[in-house]
Design a protein around this ligand. Structure first.
Ligand SMILES: *Cc1c(COP(=O)(O)O)cnc(C)c1O
Length: 410
Protein backbone atom coordinates (compact mmCIF):
# COMPACT_ATOMS: atom_id res chain seq x y z
CA UNK A 1 0.00 0.00 0.00
CA UNK A 2 1.41 3.39 -0.93
CA UNK A 3 0.93 6.39 1.34
CA UNK A 4 -2.32 8.31 0.73
CA UNK A 5 -1.71 11.41 -1.36
CA UNK A 6 -2.37 14.83 0.17
CA UNK A 7 -4.66 15.67 -2.75
CA UNK A 8 -6.79 12.66 -1.74
CA UNK A 9 -6.87 13.60 1.95
CA UNK A 10 -3.51 12.16 3.07
CA UNK A 11 -0.77 13.98 4.95
CA UNK A 12 1.39 16.35 2.88
CA UNK A 13 5.11 15.65 2.59
CA UNK A 14 5.81 19.17 3.85
CA UNK A 15 3.91 22.16 5.17
CA UNK A 16 6.84 24.58 5.56
CA UNK A 17 7.05 27.21 2.84
CA UNK A 18 10.10 27.36 0.57
CA UNK A 19 12.35 30.44 0.88
CA UNK A 20 10.29 33.50 0.04
CA UNK A 21 11.07 35.91 -2.80
CA UNK A 22 12.15 38.69 -3.10
CA UNK A 23 14.80 39.01 -0.41
CA UNK A 24 16.43 42.20 0.87
CA UNK A 25 18.51 43.47 3.77
CA UNK A 26 20.00 46.70 5.04
CA UNK A 27 21.80 47.21 1.71
CA UNK A 28 18.54 47.86 -0.16
CA UNK A 29 17.32 50.01 2.75
CA UNK A 30 20.51 52.09 2.82
CA UNK A 31 20.51 52.64 -0.96
CA UNK A 32 16.83 53.61 -1.00
CA UNK A 33 17.29 56.11 1.82
CA UNK A 34 20.28 57.57 0.00
CA UNK A 35 18.09 58.19 -3.04
CA UNK A 36 15.28 59.62 -0.90
CA UNK A 37 17.57 62.07 0.88
CA UNK A 38 19.51 63.03 -2.26
CA UNK A 39 16.41 64.58 -3.82
CA UNK A 40 17.53 63.04 -7.13
CA UNK A 41 14.83 60.47 -7.76
CA UNK A 42 15.23 60.39 -11.54
CA UNK A 43 17.38 62.29 -14.03
CA UNK A 44 20.58 63.62 -12.46
CA UNK A 45 20.97 60.76 -9.99
CA UNK A 46 23.96 58.45 -9.82
CA UNK A 47 22.40 55.05 -9.12
CA UNK A 48 21.07 54.23 -12.61
CA UNK A 49 24.39 55.12 -14.23
CA UNK A 50 26.29 53.09 -11.64
CA UNK A 51 24.02 50.08 -12.13
CA UNK A 52 24.28 50.29 -15.92
CA UNK A 53 28.06 50.12 -15.65
CA UNK A 54 28.13 47.40 -13.01
CA UNK A 55 25.59 45.17 -14.70
CA UNK A 56 27.09 45.55 -18.18
CA UNK A 57 30.53 44.65 -16.77
CA UNK A 58 29.00 41.69 -14.94
CA UNK A 59 27.62 40.41 -18.28
CA UNK A 60 30.94 40.99 -20.12
CA UNK A 61 29.33 43.84 -22.08
CA UNK A 62 30.75 47.30 -22.73
CA UNK A 63 27.49 49.24 -22.47
CA UNK A 64 24.17 49.07 -20.66
CA UNK A 65 21.00 51.19 -20.86
CA UNK A 66 18.43 50.77 -18.09
CA UNK A 67 14.74 50.83 -19.01
CA UNK A 68 11.47 50.33 -17.07
CA UNK A 69 11.12 46.58 -17.82
CA UNK A 70 12.21 43.68 -20.00
CA UNK A 71 9.31 44.00 -22.43
CA UNK A 72 10.24 47.59 -23.32
CA UNK A 73 13.92 46.56 -23.45
CA UNK A 74 13.04 44.07 -26.19
CA UNK A 75 10.85 46.48 -28.13
CA UNK A 76 13.40 49.29 -27.97
CA UNK A 77 16.17 46.90 -29.02
CA UNK A 78 14.22 45.80 -32.08
CA UNK A 79 13.66 49.46 -32.93
CA UNK A 80 17.39 50.15 -32.53
CA UNK A 81 18.12 47.26 -34.90
CA UNK A 82 15.86 48.90 -37.47
CA UNK A 83 13.17 46.25 -37.32
CA UNK A 84 9.79 47.56 -38.37
CA UNK A 85 6.64 46.92 -40.39
CA UNK A 86 6.67 43.72 -42.42
CA UNK A 87 10.06 42.52 -41.18
CA UNK A 88 10.30 38.93 -39.97
CA UNK A 89 11.95 37.96 -36.71
CA UNK A 90 12.78 34.31 -36.00
CA UNK A 91 12.09 33.23 -32.43
CA UNK A 92 10.88 30.41 -30.20
CA UNK A 93 7.24 29.63 -29.35
CA UNK A 94 8.16 28.30 -25.89
CA UNK A 95 8.66 31.59 -24.06
CA UNK A 96 6.91 34.43 -22.28
CA UNK A 97 4.63 36.40 -24.61
CA UNK A 98 6.80 39.54 -24.55
CA UNK A 99 9.46 37.89 -26.73
CA UNK A 100 6.97 37.87 -29.60
CA UNK A 101 4.72 40.79 -28.65
CA UNK A 102 7.71 43.17 -28.70
CA UNK A 103 8.20 42.34 -32.38
CA UNK A 104 4.48 42.69 -33.08
CA UNK A 105 4.40 46.11 -31.43
CA UNK A 106 7.15 47.18 -33.81
CA UNK A 107 4.90 46.12 -36.70
CA UNK A 108 7.09 43.09 -37.37
CA UNK A 109 6.09 39.43 -37.67
CA UNK A 110 7.45 36.75 -35.32
CA UNK A 111 8.26 33.55 -37.21
CA UNK A 112 8.30 30.63 -34.81
CA UNK A 113 10.91 27.90 -35.05
CA UNK A 114 10.57 24.80 -32.91
CA UNK A 115 12.65 24.05 -29.82
CA UNK A 116 15.13 21.38 -28.92
CA UNK A 117 13.70 19.18 -26.14
CA UNK A 118 16.99 18.78 -24.27
CA UNK A 119 17.34 22.53 -23.77
CA UNK A 120 13.86 23.95 -24.46
CA UNK A 121 15.62 26.67 -26.50
CA UNK A 122 15.54 27.36 -30.26
CA UNK A 123 16.60 24.34 -32.34
CA UNK A 124 19.35 25.90 -34.46
CA UNK A 125 19.07 23.13 -37.05
CA UNK A 126 15.61 24.45 -38.01
CA UNK A 127 16.46 28.15 -38.31
CA UNK A 128 17.76 28.16 -41.85
CA UNK A 129 14.55 26.75 -43.31
CA UNK A 130 12.58 29.64 -41.78
CA UNK A 131 14.71 32.40 -43.31
CA UNK A 132 13.07 34.44 -46.10
CA UNK A 133 14.06 37.68 -47.85
CA UNK A 134 12.06 39.51 -45.14
CA UNK A 135 13.94 37.97 -42.21
CA UNK A 136 15.90 40.63 -40.32
CA UNK A 137 16.79 39.09 -36.96
CA UNK A 138 16.94 36.04 -34.73
CA UNK A 139 15.73 36.41 -31.16
CA UNK A 140 16.93 33.42 -29.12
CA UNK A 141 15.61 33.09 -25.57
CA UNK A 142 17.94 31.80 -22.85
CA UNK A 143 15.02 29.98 -21.32
CA UNK A 144 15.09 29.24 -17.60
CA UNK A 145 18.54 30.82 -17.53
CA UNK A 146 20.11 28.27 -19.86
CA UNK A 147 21.84 29.84 -22.87
CA UNK A 148 20.56 28.91 -26.31
CA UNK A 149 23.14 27.43 -28.72
CA UNK A 150 24.88 30.72 -29.48
CA UNK A 151 27.58 29.15 -31.67
CA UNK A 152 25.04 27.83 -34.14
CA UNK A 153 22.82 30.92 -33.92
CA UNK A 154 25.68 33.38 -34.54
CA UNK A 155 26.89 31.19 -37.38
CA UNK A 156 23.58 31.15 -39.26
CA UNK A 157 23.01 34.86 -38.52
CA UNK A 158 26.43 35.66 -39.98
CA UNK A 159 25.76 33.63 -43.11
CA UNK A 160 22.49 35.47 -43.83
CA UNK A 161 23.39 38.91 -42.51
CA UNK A 162 20.80 38.78 -39.72
CA UNK A 163 20.90 40.69 -36.43
CA UNK A 164 20.80 38.77 -33.15
CA UNK A 165 18.84 40.04 -30.15
CA UNK A 166 19.28 37.86 -27.07
CA UNK A 167 16.21 37.62 -24.85
CA UNK A 168 18.20 37.11 -21.65
CA UNK A 169 15.26 38.12 -19.44
CA UNK A 170 15.76 34.88 -17.43
CA UNK A 171 19.55 34.68 -17.72
CA UNK A 172 21.46 37.03 -15.35
CA UNK A 173 25.04 35.76 -15.13
CA UNK A 174 24.46 32.88 -17.55
CA UNK A 175 27.33 32.00 -19.86
CA UNK A 176 27.88 30.00 -23.03
CA UNK A 177 31.31 28.38 -23.35
CA UNK A 178 32.79 30.81 -20.86
CA UNK A 179 31.21 33.94 -22.30
CA UNK A 180 28.38 35.71 -20.50
CA UNK A 181 25.17 36.08 -22.50
CA UNK A 182 23.64 39.38 -23.61
CA UNK A 183 26.41 40.86 -25.74
CA UNK A 184 27.26 37.75 -27.75
CA UNK A 185 24.66 38.94 -30.25
CA UNK A 186 24.09 42.58 -31.26
CA UNK A 187 21.96 43.43 -28.23
CA UNK A 188 20.72 41.58 -25.15
CA UNK A 189 17.81 42.28 -22.81
CA UNK A 190 17.37 41.46 -19.13
CA UNK A 191 14.35 41.80 -16.84
CA UNK A 192 14.20 42.71 -13.15
CA UNK A 193 10.48 42.00 -12.67
CA UNK A 194 9.18 40.66 -9.35
CA UNK A 195 9.73 36.95 -10.02
CA UNK A 196 13.19 37.33 -11.53
CA UNK A 197 16.45 36.29 -9.84
CA UNK A 198 17.49 39.97 -9.68
CA UNK A 199 14.45 42.11 -8.92
CA UNK A 200 13.32 45.68 -8.32
CA UNK A 201 9.62 44.83 -8.77
CA UNK A 202 9.99 46.09 -12.34
CA UNK A 203 13.05 46.97 -14.38
CA UNK A 204 15.09 46.06 -17.41
CA UNK A 205 18.38 46.70 -19.19
CA UNK A 206 19.76 46.46 -22.71
CA UNK A 207 23.44 45.52 -23.02
CA UNK A 208 25.76 45.57 -26.04
CA UNK A 209 29.38 45.79 -27.12
CA UNK A 210 28.44 48.03 -30.06
CA UNK A 211 28.98 51.69 -29.23
CA UNK A 212 26.76 52.97 -32.05
CA UNK A 213 23.87 50.75 -30.92
CA UNK A 214 24.48 51.77 -27.30
CA UNK A 215 24.19 55.48 -28.16
CA UNK A 216 21.09 54.81 -30.26
CA UNK A 217 19.46 52.89 -27.38
CA UNK A 218 20.38 55.68 -24.96
CA UNK A 219 18.73 58.19 -27.28
CA UNK A 220 15.63 56.04 -27.89
CA UNK A 221 15.11 55.60 -24.14
CA UNK A 222 15.52 59.31 -23.41
CA UNK A 223 13.04 61.01 -25.78
CA UNK A 224 15.56 61.21 -28.59
CA UNK A 225 18.13 63.23 -26.65
CA UNK A 226 21.85 62.95 -27.38
CA UNK A 227 24.17 61.87 -24.56
CA UNK A 228 26.01 64.99 -23.33
CA UNK A 229 23.79 67.07 -25.65
CA UNK A 230 21.54 70.00 -24.71
CA UNK A 231 18.24 69.53 -22.80
CA UNK A 232 16.04 70.45 -25.77
CA UNK A 233 18.26 68.79 -28.35
CA UNK A 234 16.25 65.90 -29.82
CA UNK A 235 17.81 64.34 -32.90
CA UNK A 236 15.40 61.41 -33.27
CA UNK A 237 11.99 60.45 -31.88
CA UNK A 238 12.23 58.31 -28.79
CA UNK A 239 10.04 57.46 -25.83
CA UNK A 240 10.57 58.09 -22.15
CA UNK A 241 11.88 54.71 -21.06
CA UNK A 242 14.04 55.92 -18.21
CA UNK A 243 14.45 53.80 -15.09
CA UNK A 244 13.99 55.55 -11.73
CA UNK A 245 16.72 55.88 -9.12
CA UNK A 246 14.54 53.78 -6.76
CA UNK A 247 14.82 50.77 -9.04
CA UNK A 248 18.58 51.15 -9.46
CA UNK A 249 19.01 51.57 -5.68
CA UNK A 250 17.41 48.17 -5.14
CA UNK A 251 19.21 46.56 -8.09
CA UNK A 252 22.66 47.67 -6.90
CA UNK A 253 22.04 45.74 -3.70
CA UNK A 254 20.44 42.79 -5.50
CA UNK A 255 23.42 42.15 -7.79
CA UNK A 256 25.76 42.05 -4.79
CA UNK A 257 23.77 39.05 -3.57
CA UNK A 258 23.54 37.32 -6.98
CA UNK A 259 26.84 35.37 -7.00
CA UNK A 260 26.06 33.70 -3.68
CA UNK A 261 22.48 32.96 -4.76
CA UNK A 262 23.67 31.63 -8.11
CA UNK A 263 26.07 29.22 -6.41
CA UNK A 264 23.32 27.94 -4.12
CA UNK A 265 20.89 27.48 -7.02
CA UNK A 266 23.54 25.64 -9.02
CA UNK A 267 24.41 23.24 -6.19
CA UNK A 268 20.76 22.52 -5.40
CA UNK A 269 19.85 22.13 -9.09
CA UNK A 270 22.60 19.55 -9.59
CA UNK A 271 21.60 17.63 -6.47
CA UNK A 272 17.92 17.73 -7.35
CA UNK A 273 18.48 16.75 -11.00
CA UNK A 274 20.45 13.69 -9.98
CA UNK A 275 17.92 12.59 -7.36
CA UNK A 276 14.86 13.22 -9.55
CA UNK A 277 16.33 11.36 -12.51
CA UNK A 278 15.99 8.18 -10.42
CA UNK A 279 12.20 8.56 -10.36
CA UNK A 280 10.43 6.89 -13.30
CA UNK A 281 8.63 9.31 -15.58
CA UNK A 282 10.44 12.47 -14.48
CA UNK A 283 13.38 13.78 -16.51
CA UNK A 284 15.19 16.97 -15.49
CA UNK A 285 16.68 18.60 -18.61
CA UNK A 286 20.19 17.18 -19.15
CA UNK A 287 23.32 19.21 -18.46
CA UNK A 288 25.35 20.54 -21.40
CA UNK A 289 29.07 21.25 -20.93
CA UNK A 290 28.83 24.26 -23.24
CA UNK A 291 26.54 25.88 -20.65
CA UNK A 292 29.24 27.22 -18.33
CA UNK A 293 26.77 29.32 -16.36
CA UNK A 294 23.07 28.54 -15.86
CA UNK A 295 20.95 31.15 -14.06
CA UNK A 296 18.38 28.51 -12.93
CA UNK A 297 15.46 30.90 -13.12
CA UNK A 298 13.35 27.78 -13.53
CA UNK A 299 14.07 24.13 -12.81
CA UNK A 300 12.46 22.32 -15.73
CA UNK A 301 11.46 18.64 -15.88
CA UNK A 302 9.79 16.59 -18.58
CA UNK A 303 6.86 14.47 -17.37
CA UNK A 304 5.84 11.13 -18.84
CA UNK A 305 2.22 10.24 -17.99
CA UNK A 306 2.89 6.55 -18.80
CA UNK A 307 4.93 6.23 -15.58
CA UNK A 308 2.06 7.82 -13.62
CA UNK A 309 -0.80 5.55 -14.65
CA UNK A 310 -1.67 7.87 -17.53
CA UNK A 311 -2.49 10.83 -15.24
CA UNK A 312 -2.06 14.17 -16.95
CA UNK A 313 0.72 16.60 -16.20
CA UNK A 314 -1.88 19.00 -14.75
CA UNK A 315 -3.09 16.31 -12.32
CA UNK A 316 0.50 15.60 -11.34
CA UNK A 317 1.31 19.25 -10.63
CA UNK A 318 -1.89 19.63 -8.58
CA UNK A 319 -0.85 16.59 -6.53
CA UNK A 320 2.67 17.96 -6.12
CA UNK A 321 1.41 21.33 -4.89
CA UNK A 322 -0.90 19.52 -2.45
CA UNK A 323 2.14 17.66 -1.05
CA UNK A 324 3.57 21.08 -0.13
CA UNK A 325 5.73 21.69 -3.20
CA UNK A 326 3.99 25.01 -3.62
CA UNK A 327 6.54 26.45 -6.04
CA UNK A 328 5.73 23.83 -8.70
CA UNK A 329 3.81 24.93 -11.78
CA UNK A 330 2.77 23.70 -15.22
CA UNK A 331 4.68 26.52 -16.92
CA UNK A 332 3.68 27.84 -20.34
CA UNK A 333 0.43 26.12 -21.37
CA UNK A 334 0.10 27.63 -24.85
CA UNK A 335 2.98 27.76 -27.32
CA UNK A 336 2.98 31.27 -28.78
CA UNK A 337 2.22 30.09 -32.32
CA UNK A 338 -1.14 28.82 -30.97
CA UNK A 339 -1.95 32.05 -29.15
CA UNK A 340 -4.80 33.76 -31.03
CA UNK A 341 -3.91 37.26 -29.83
CA UNK A 342 -0.55 36.74 -31.49
CA UNK A 343 -2.12 35.28 -34.61
CA UNK A 344 -4.54 38.23 -34.91
CA UNK A 345 -1.66 40.67 -34.49
CA UNK A 346 0.39 38.78 -37.09
CA UNK A 347 -2.58 39.10 -39.48
CA UNK A 348 -2.88 42.83 -38.81
CA UNK A 349 0.82 43.48 -39.32
CA UNK A 350 0.89 41.43 -42.52
CA UNK A 351 -2.13 43.31 -43.86
CA UNK A 352 -0.54 46.67 -43.02
CA UNK A 353 2.64 45.60 -44.81
CA UNK A 354 0.58 44.49 -47.83
CA UNK A 355 1.81 40.95 -47.48
CA UNK A 356 -0.12 37.80 -48.42
CA UNK A 357 0.01 34.83 -46.09
CA UNK A 358 -1.97 31.55 -46.10
CA UNK A 359 -4.95 31.53 -43.74
CA UNK A 360 -6.51 28.61 -41.88
CA UNK A 361 -10.25 27.87 -41.54
CA UNK A 362 -10.56 30.26 -38.58
CA UNK A 363 -9.46 33.14 -40.81
CA UNK A 364 -6.19 33.62 -38.94
CA UNK A 365 -2.71 33.19 -40.42
CA UNK A 366 -1.39 29.69 -40.76
CA UNK A 367 1.46 29.27 -38.30
CA UNK A 368 4.52 27.07 -38.65
CA UNK A 369 4.13 23.72 -36.96
CA UNK A 370 6.18 23.39 -33.78
CA UNK A 371 5.26 19.93 -32.46
CA UNK A 372 7.97 19.83 -29.80
CA UNK A 373 6.92 23.15 -28.28
CA UNK A 374 3.35 21.85 -28.25
CA UNK A 375 4.46 18.65 -26.56
CA UNK A 376 6.43 20.70 -24.02
CA UNK A 377 3.40 22.74 -22.99
CA UNK A 378 1.65 19.46 -22.06
CA UNK A 379 4.52 17.42 -20.58
CA UNK A 380 6.54 19.84 -18.50
CA UNK A 381 6.61 21.11 -14.96
CA UNK A 382 8.73 23.84 -13.39
CA UNK A 383 9.99 24.75 -9.98
CA UNK A 384 10.47 28.49 -9.40
CA UNK A 385 13.98 29.83 -8.75
CA UNK A 386 13.42 30.50 -5.03
CA UNK A 387 12.89 26.75 -4.51
CA UNK A 388 16.60 26.36 -5.23
CA UNK A 389 17.55 28.79 -2.46
CA UNK A 390 16.52 26.19 0.11
CA UNK A 391 18.69 23.56 1.81
CA UNK A 392 19.25 19.88 1.10
CA UNK A 393 16.22 18.88 3.19
CA UNK A 394 14.08 21.09 0.98
CA UNK A 395 15.42 19.29 -2.10
CA UNK A 396 14.86 15.90 -0.46
CA UNK A 397 11.24 16.81 0.25
CA UNK A 398 10.68 17.51 -3.46
CA UNK A 399 12.10 14.12 -4.39
CA UNK A 400 9.99 12.46 -1.67
CA UNK A 401 6.82 14.12 -2.96
CA UNK A 402 7.47 13.15 -6.59
CA UNK A 403 8.29 9.57 -5.54
CA UNK A 404 5.17 9.36 -3.40
CA UNK A 405 2.95 10.38 -6.31
CA UNK A 406 4.74 8.04 -8.71
CA UNK A 407 4.29 5.09 -6.31
CA UNK A 408 0.62 5.89 -5.82
CA UNK A 409 -0.17 6.20 -9.52
CA UNK A 410 2.55 4.30 -11.34
C1 LIG B 1 10.19 38.25 -17.87
C2 LIG B 1 10.44 38.04 -19.32
C3 LIG B 1 10.28 39.06 -20.26
C4 LIG B 1 9.66 40.39 -19.96
O1 LIG B 1 10.20 41.08 -18.90
P1 LIG B 1 9.28 42.10 -18.05
O2 LIG B 1 10.31 42.82 -17.23
O3 LIG B 1 8.34 41.30 -17.25
O4 LIG B 1 8.61 43.00 -19.01
C5 LIG B 1 10.61 38.79 -21.58
N1 LIG B 1 11.06 37.59 -21.95
C6 LIG B 1 11.22 36.58 -21.09
C7 LIG B 1 11.72 35.26 -21.57
C8 LIG B 1 10.89 36.76 -19.74
O5 LIG B 1 10.99 35.74 -18.89
Amino acid sequence: MSAPLAIEGGTAVRTEPFPTWPVYDEREERNLLEVLRSGCWGIGGTKVVEFEQRFAAFQDARFGVCVPNGTLALQMSLQALGIGPGDEVITTPYTFIATASAALQQGAVPVFVDIDLDSYTLDPAQIEAAITPDTKAIVPVHLAGRPADMDAIMHVAGRYGLRVLEDACQAWGASWRGRKVGAIGDLGCFSFQSSKNVSAGEGGIVVTNDEVLAELCWSLHNVGRVRHGAWYQHEIIGGNLRMTEWQAAVLLAQIERLPEHAARREANARYLAEALSEVPGVTPLPWDDRVTGHAHHLFICRYDPAAFGGRSRDAFVAALVAEGITTASVGYVTPLHRNNAIRRSVAANLARAGRAWPLTADGLPEMPSCPRAEWATQHTFWLAQNTLLGDQEDMDSIVAAVRKIQRAWG
